[in-house]
Design a protein around this ligand. Structure first.
Ligand code: FAD
Length: 474
């Protein structure tokens, strides 16, 4: 069966980019059509941000329970029922996906379930379970996201080899897991499984985990991984794997030396790539750039008039909150409002233990860029609230412009870094200077005091830390 529809705006892909764009269009009085070939919420809600954070939270609880003796709380042996954990996680996901469906219904967004492909620049064909729907649209927003990168020899089979999606749906706790890729997804999931009771080994090709992050932060996390019993091989390449005697044998090369690692599951997390397969972009006159992304301007417009693109498919960082902002911009531009993607910073959070969060320029980047900056660092070990939470690993680092004293960047490794970074993002976005943060009264005892102390430390004025000898005046 075939039918035809026409609309002012069609959004392809219902991840954080697509569904947010459709809702914003609806808020502007434009009733869009939202198409997805999978579940509403895309990667983030179904197989990404949300399920991973649910598993991480459960694993953290198990780990905390094991170490509660220090506070005089004796819990006894902690056992993990992975099937029950996964069911709880699935329920959380279901609620959120249901919430997106309700929002669409309540705001007048028409949802069409099916795979979309361009017929030409103003027409898209959607292949649904009951036939095809041809949609003519004045404006089309592409929000088709990304998928995990596969590496030769490690195709996910969901038996031995899994990607992040498979790792978030394991039926039972593996005894041993080799994680290939020490980026944020591999470390988040690796740490979670280690806390649940799996022996985890991380294989990373670069010379530090979390490539691109402040090396001081990566080093601290590396130490924490060791404490959690996680083995890490740096400058190591995974070469292939074979089935052994009831186990998988992973071949790796470390500094030119061959080595094997026996395990039960292999988790491949070597990054994600933009996804637009099957969209027939050529039919719309669109081309991908040499990295597979769709190029857009600051109004999220592609090279073809009337076609916009947002989210992971347009470039790094591949993060849900970047997609949310781009969604707003595309919807506003379609509605004829002045809008542009001009964020001063995009926070990045890694839900490891300790958590890591950065915003703006990191110290090694400031150095590489030759900026004239001052850095202040404050350890959580000196912060009352961190002590009362028994989470004193880590620090907050602030970078300020040496001349204007503008806050250029903040990097946190420590408890609730994911929450602490919001204040830094607001400060950087608003062009805050040293005094703006220093004169803001921070409630005590709270973790955000670490940010204030780090900013103060940049001028040797931290209250609860001794200044470096160079900063002592008089
Ligand atoms: P997606 O969420 O990928 O959605 C794209 C949608 O398009 C999908 O639903 C797909 O079915 C649909 N689609 C594709 N092609 C077609 C077609 N031809 N027709 C119809 N529909 C189509 N980000 C964070 O910010 N914080 C985190 O903590 C975080 N954790 C993550 C953990 C994991 C394990 C993973 C894998 C990712 C994580 N991310 C996180 C990244 C985040 O999920 C993505 O950045 C985000 O989902 C991108 O949103 P998007 O709308 O661009 O695309």
């Amino acid at each position: 069966m075939s039918s035809t529809k026409s609309t002012k705006a069609l959004v392809i892909g219902a991840g954080p980019g697509g569904y947010a764009c459709a809702l914003r269009l609806a808020h502007h009085g434009i009733k869009p059509i939202l198409v997805d070939k999978g579940a509403l919420g895309g990667t983030c809600l179904n197989v990404g941000c949300i399920p991973s954070k649910a598993v991480i939270t459960a694993a953290k609880l198990a780990d905390k329970a094991r170490h509660a003796d220090v506070m005089g709380i004796h819990i006894g042996e902690v056992s993990v029922d992975l099937a029950a954990l996964m069911k709880w996680k699935d329920d959380v996901v279901k609620k959120l996906v249901g919430g997106v469906a309700q929002l669409c219904k309540g705001t007048g967004v028409e949802v069409v379930a099916g795979r979309a492909a361009f017929r030409n620049k103003g027409e898209v064909e959607v292949f649904t379970d009951s036939g095809t729907v041809v949609i003519q649209a004045e404006n089309i927003v592409i929000a088709t996201g990304s998928v995990p990168i596969e590496i030769p020899g490690f195709k996910p089979d969901n038996e031995r080899v899994v990607d992040s999606t498979g790792a978030l749906a394991l039926p039972a706790l593996p005894g041993r897991m080799v994680v290939i890729g020490g980026g944020y997804i591999g470390l988040e999931l690796g740490i979670a499984y280690a806390k649940l009771g799996t022996k985890v080994t991380v294989v990373e090709a670069m010379n530090q985990i979390l490539p691109g992050f402040d090396p001081e932060i990566a080093k601290l996390l590396d130490r924490k991984l060791k404490k959690l019993g996680i083995d890490v091989f740096l400058k190591a390449k995974a070469k292939g794997w074979s089935e052994g005697n009831g186990e998988a044998i992973v071949g790796i090369e470390v500094d030119g030396q061959a080595k094997t690692l026996a395990c039960d599951k292999i988790l491949v997390t070597v990054g994600r790539r933009p996804f637009s397969t099957g969209l027939n972009l050529e039919g719309a006159g669109l081309k991908l750039n040499d990295r597979g992304f769709l190029a857009v301007d600051d109004k999220m417009r592609t090279a073809v008039a009337g076609i916009y693109a947002i989210g992971d498919v347009v470039g790094n960082p591949m993060l849900a909150h970047k997609a949310y902002r781009e969604a707003d911009v595309a919807a506003d531009v379609i509605a004829g409002l002045p809008a542009a993607f001009d964020a001063r910073c995009i926070p990045a959070v890694v839900f490891t233990d300790p958590e890591i969060a950065t915003c703006g320029v990191m110290e090694h980047e400031a150095k590489a860029q030759g900026l004239d900056y001052k850095v202040g660092k404050f350890p959580f070990a000196a912060l009352g609230r961190a002590m009362t939470a028994a989470e004193t690993d880590g620090f907050c680092k602030a970078i300020i412009d040496a001349r204007t004293e503008e806050l250029l960047g903040v990097a946190v490794i420590g408890p609730n870094a994911s929450d602490l970074i919001a204040e830094a993002a607001l400060a950087i976005e608003m062009g805050a200077v040293f005094d703006d943060v220093a004169l803001t009264i921070h409630a005590h005892p709270t973790l955000p005091e670490a940010l204030k102390e780090a900013v103060l430390a940049a001028k040797g004025e931290a209250l609860h830390a001794l200044p470096s000898p160079a900063a002592v005046k008089g």
